[in-house]
Ligand binder design. Structure first.
Ligand code: CO
Length: 432
């Protein structure tokens, strides 16, 4: 397929803007909400009763998760859905509740490892902090997002002179001992971090009652390569999937001739830690939102169940491109090329939810869109990763296909993909 250079350039800068504005799931959801507001979607209050505006285009936010939808030509409450799922979280370092410590003249912040991060990728990077905090005022508690402008800390690697075997036996990083960032000099006292956070958002330290504080690499995303055909960026897994889903639903809401079926986008948090949370794919929230949407359309729970039984979920999470330095780690019949288009992920043990029904539907969409498609299957002698697809499929009993764009360095603090694969993904999703 030949891609329109203007669309490719616009999508590239759109994705970079989304990623760089979204260092945490809370920021990703806020960035998504701003895009949806701009596209004319109504923000629904998660607690209030929903009126006719719940027919959509509309969206609702909870923590680091978001569900958005727009109507199709079929408006009955039992109409099947074109569902697209992705996740807002990425592996990394998160600050503990009592983080203040110091050793040998360095002030440090105690952190906990979130998800299956490539630990080495967090070394010797200039790290900022972002997240949300709970601020108490009178009797109420208010949640506020925060983000440092620049870097405030770093996880320093041990010098090679003190680790002579590192190049031959490999780098072993203990999650308790070796990943603690330095964020200043001198001696720490209990409450330093709380006071710093309070000053950052302009409140008294005693008002700061809790936080989710995430390290992020302050280096912006960059287009690289001799032909500038690669994107190096943090959190592509799975902000690239979130961006593609949002692009598809905004497209469905804007075209004169909308798709027959309503489009629903689900962006879950906590995929990297197993999804069993209030805002994760293994929670009840998505089903609750869908049931409330059907009720607002005048439908019943039976209408919801009929709708889900006929629906297709395209679960978008990133896929492994074949690594040029480690081709032997890949199943030889299923090499994945950068720039080769979206990947359908297969696993007979249901680490991916794809069955022939969903694979056929996604392949047909790619054909209609003129987008090439690839098929991934994991080596038989390596444990396969998983994603929100199987979890959502089992929670909602909905036909699901797991897809994604090819990338290298999955779960690194900085990942890599082909620019050509950025536009292919929403183009394919728009055709489902
Ligand atoms: Co992922």
């Amino acid at each position: 397929m030949t891609q329109d250079p203007t669309t490719v350039a616009e999508d590239l800068s759109d994705l970079i803007g989304f990623v760089d504005a979204s260092p945490t799931p809370y920021h990703a959801v806020a960035t998504a909400a701003a895009l949806l507001d701009h596209a004319g979607f109504t923000a629904l209050d998660p607690i209030e009763d929903w009126g006719p505006e719940a027919a959509g285009p509309a969206y609702v936010v909870r923590g680091g998760a978001l569900v958005a939808w727009c109507p199709g030509r079929r408006s009955d409450p039992a109409a099947p859905l074109r569902m697209i799922g992705a996740h807002t979280d990425s592996p990394g370092l998160r600050v503990r509740p009592r983080p203040d410590r110091s050793t040998a003249g360095w002030r440090q912040l105690g952190v906990e490892l979130y998800g299956g991060a490539l630990r080495n990728s967090w070394l010797d990077r200039d790290l900022g902090l972002a997240g949300r905090l709970a601020v108490r005022s009178d009797d109420a508690v208010e949640l506020r997002r925060f983000r440092t402008d620049g870097a405030v800390m770093r996880v320093p690697q041990l010098a090679i002179h003190l680790d002579r075997d590192v190049s031959t036996t490999g780098l072993v990083l203990n999650a308790q001992q070796h990943l603690t960032p330095v964020w200043g000099l001198g001696d720490a006292s209990d409450g330093d971090f709380r006071a710093w956070l309070a000053a950052l958002v302009g409140v008294e330290p005693s008002a700061v009652v809790a936080w989710e504080a995430l390290a992020y690499d302050v280096q912006p995303s960059a287009v690289i390569g001799a032909e500038r055909d690669m994107l190096a960026a943090p959190r592509l897994d799975d902000l690239a999937g979130c961006w593609a889903a949002l692009t598809a639903v905004r497209h469905a809401a804007s075209v004169m001739d909308p798709p027959e079926l309503p489009t629903v986008v689900v962006l879950n948090d906590h995929e990297e830690v197993g999804s069993q949370t209030a805002t994760g794919a293994d929670g009840a929230w998505v089903e609750q939102v869908l049931e409330r949407r059907v009720a607002a359309l005048g439908g019943t729970r039976t209408d919801l169940l009929r709708s889900l039984t006929g629906s297709l979920l395209v679960s978008v999470d990133m896929a492994h491109a074949t690594h040029p330095n480690y081709p032997e780690r890949h199943e030889p019949g299923h090499w994945i090329r950068p720039g080769g288009g979206p990947v359908i992920k297969h696993n007979v043990n249901a680490r991916y939810a794809t069955e022939s029904t969903g694979a056929a539907a996604f392949r047909a969409a790619c054909d209609r869109a003129g987008v090439p498609v690839q098929e991934y299957s994991h080596r038989g002698d390596l444990p396969c990763g998983s994603t929100i697809g199987p979890i959502t499929a089992s929670r909602l009993a909905v036909d699901t296909v797991d897809v994604g764009a090819p990338m290298l360095s999955m779960h690194s603090a900085r990942e890599l993909m082909a620019v050509a694969d950025i536009t292919s993904l929403p183009t394919a999703l728009q055709a489902i």
